[in-house]
Structures are given as structure tokens and as C-alpha cells.
Ligand binder design. Structure first.
Ligand SMILES: [Zn+2]
Length: 341
């Protein structure tokens, strides 16, 4: 099969013919129909992710496809099924797994596309327990972005921020792959959204998707604009997709009782917050990790019903991956782009 390999960290993506991976007894072999490209891929190929220490690696953790074959012990899915996959390999036995919080697995095994051969290839294998069926109305490119680009903000807004109708929420990085779906989810939940990002195309899309206020972050601190938007009160929630670079503005935008949920951090290692301000305002600063399988099933249902629109702005062959990575590195990708191996 054709596959893109990272043979050395910091090196190019190399297109090669490699053997089709064979599914283990609890795994499924999947013909990849679409694989989304995201910032995490850049981190892994740069050698900046500790659990990705073996080479060569085939990237690709957000995908959709058709099951080609299953291992001897698999009974939950069958050849011909249309599927997408959760991203984490978890033990299934610890108390977090057993209580439906498997993204916190105490015996975390690793990541699809790192510890398994990824989907920048014609075929991939994953544990069958990771798979969620995709209903027919959802095309493969749109299906490939559900588990991460929609699932991650879904978990953050519903379970972590506990966003309520009528609340006001800021989404930083609102025009990127996760942001465009966070914005739609917040609107669906009855909240008002202020979109923060850089670039006319991204900001225009945020407006089309219903952001009530748009802020071009190339002009700097957005907290004064947020205060003005909320009549001085500050916002109820900030969904932080950027991390260190926007954290100070995010915190200054937060109103009394506000919740700041961090789901992205590609701009630095540390955050600074005043404990006095946290006490006085009863702020909550929360982390949010990906999406559980149960929540993924909820998101698939929302997408199938047309309540959330997956934003896929380009479909490319494997040969274009390097160009896509360059655009991603320059923060030029609006929504998600996918490879069709
Ligand atoms: Zn576990």
C-alpha cells in the first residue's frame, strides 16, 4: 500500500510502498477514505512528543473509512462497516475506563497514529473497541473530523465548561479546525460567541457560523473588546485553544464565576494566574482532554442530524501532505483539510 512515512524527526514526509498492516485478534483493518491533518501531526513529526519516540512512524489519527477485515475475537464491527475511531488506546479496566472517563485512563497505552500505524496510508489498523459506526448520510471527509475537531470541543463545552443557554463564551483560535466546530456547538447550546483569531478568511467564516463578535487577534489583547461586548461584566466561559499566547487576555476577559477551559496549548509551557483574582472571582481553570467514546456517539448523532456541520475546506491526495503541513505551520488552514489516500 501507499503510505507517508516520517523516517527521521524534523525530516520530510516520504511516500513509500509498504506492506498492508495485519489486524491483531482484537483489531480491525480499515481502508482509509479520509484522514484529517492537524497541529498534533506537526508536533509528532518534529520529534516534540514524548510518546512518539520510534521511527519510522505513519501519522494520521483522525480518519474515516470502511472495514476490510477484522481479527478473530472481534464481534462488534464487521467488514463493510463505515467507521471512524477515537484517538486514544486505553486499558478498559482502570476505574476511569470503567466509569466512562477513559481519556483519563490510568494505564494509558498510547495514541492512534503513534502506537498504531496511522491513516496517512491506504490502510490502517486500530483496536475494534475504538471504532464508532458512521451513518450513511455522513460523507467520509466530514466523518474523519468528528472524533477530534468536533469531539474535543464537545467534551469541553458540555462536560467541562457546563455551558448554559444565554451564556457568553470566547473561542480563541475560532477559525481553525477545532474552533469552527466549537463555535457551532456553543451556538447550538444557546450561548453567544465571540470569535478570536488571525486572518480575514478565518474571521469571515466565524462570522458566517454565527459569532456575535469578531476580534482580529493580530491587533493584540482582546479583553477590552470582550468587556465591552458583555457590558463590562466579562464572559462566562473562555474556550482556550491557543494556550500561553492568549492566556493573559483570556483571563482578563473572564467575568465573575467564569470558567476557562484549556483544550489547546501549542504556544508555550506555562500559564500565569493571580490566586487573589481567582479567589475574588471564583474562577475555574479547567483542562479538557479529547472526547469519550460515549460522547463521540452523541456527536456522530448530531452531525448525522445536520445540527453540526463538519467544516472541511479541502481534500487532497497523499502527495499534497507536505504542502498542507506548511500551510498549517503558518496558521493558514481554515477549518480542517483532509487527505484521501
Ligand atoms: Zn484505563
Amino acid at each position: 500500500m501507499k503510505a507517508l512515512l516520517v523516517e527521521k524527526f524534523g525530516g520530510p514526509l516520504v511516500l513509500e510502498d509498504v506492506p498492508i498492516p495485519q489486524p491483531g485478534p482484537d483489531e480491525a483493518l480499515i481502508r482509509v477514505k479520509a484522514c484529517a491533518v492537524d497541529q498534533f501531526d506537526l508536533t509528532i513529526r518534529a520529534g516534540k512528543f514524548a510518546m512518539a519516540d520510534k521511527l519510522p512512524v505513519i501519522l494520521g489519527h483522525e480518519f474515516a473509512g470502511v472495514i476490510e477485515a477484522v481479527g478473530t475475537r472481534v464481534t462488534t464491527v464487521a467488514p463493510g462497516d463505515r467507521v471512524t475511531s477515537t484517538l486514544y488506546l486505553t486499558c478498559g479496566r482502570c476505574r476511569y475506563c470503567l466509569t466512562g472517563r477513559e481519556t483519563l485512563c490510568a494505564d494509558f497505552i498510547g495514541y492512534v497514529g503513534i502506537q498504531t500505524p496511522g491513516a496517512y496510508a491506504e490502510y490502517t489498523t486500530v483496536p475494534a473497541v475504538n471504532l464508532v459506526k458512521l451513518p450513511d448520510p455522513i460523507p467520509f471527509p466530514e466523518g474523519s473530523v468528528i472524533a477530534n475537531a468536533i469531539g474535543t470541543p464537545y467534551h469541553a463545552l458540555t462536560r467541562r465548561a457546563r455551558l448554559q443557554p444565554g451564556e457568553r463564551v470566547i473561542v480563541t483560535g475560532a477559525g481553525g479546525g477545532v474552533g469552527v466546530h466549537a463555535l457551532q456547538l456553543a451556538r447550538m447550546m444557546g450561548a453567544f460567541v465571540m470569535a478570536v483569531d488571525i486572518g480575514d478568511e478565518k474571521l469571515a467564516l466565524a462570522g458566517e457560523l454565527g459569532a456575535e463578535r469578531i476580534f482580529d487577534a493580530s491587533t493584540g489583547d482582546f479583553s477590552a473588546s470582550a468587556r465591552q461586548w458583555t457590558g463590562g461584566e466579562g464572559t462566562d466561559v473562555v474556550l482556550e485553544l491557543v494556550g500561553t499566547a492568549t492566556f493573559a487576555s483570556s483571563l482578563k476577559s473572564l467575568g465573575r464565576g467564569g470558567r476557562l477551559v484549556i483544550i489547546g496549548s501549542h504556544t508555550g509551557e506555562t500559564l500565569t494566574a493571580s490566586p487573589q483574582a481567582m479567589i475574588a472571582n471564583e474562577w475555574e481553570i479547567l483542562g479538557s482532554r479529547n472526547v469519550t467514546k460515549r460522547e463521540l456517539a452523541e456527536v456522530v448523532a448530531l452531525v448525522a442530524a445536520g445540527r453540526i456541520r463538519p467544516i472541511v475546506t479541502g481534500r487532497y491526495p497523499l502527495e499534497e501532505a507536505e504542502t498542507l503541513h506548511q500551510r498549517l505551520r503558518r496558521q493558514e488552514v481554515v477549518g480542517r483539510v483532509v487527505l484521501e489516500p
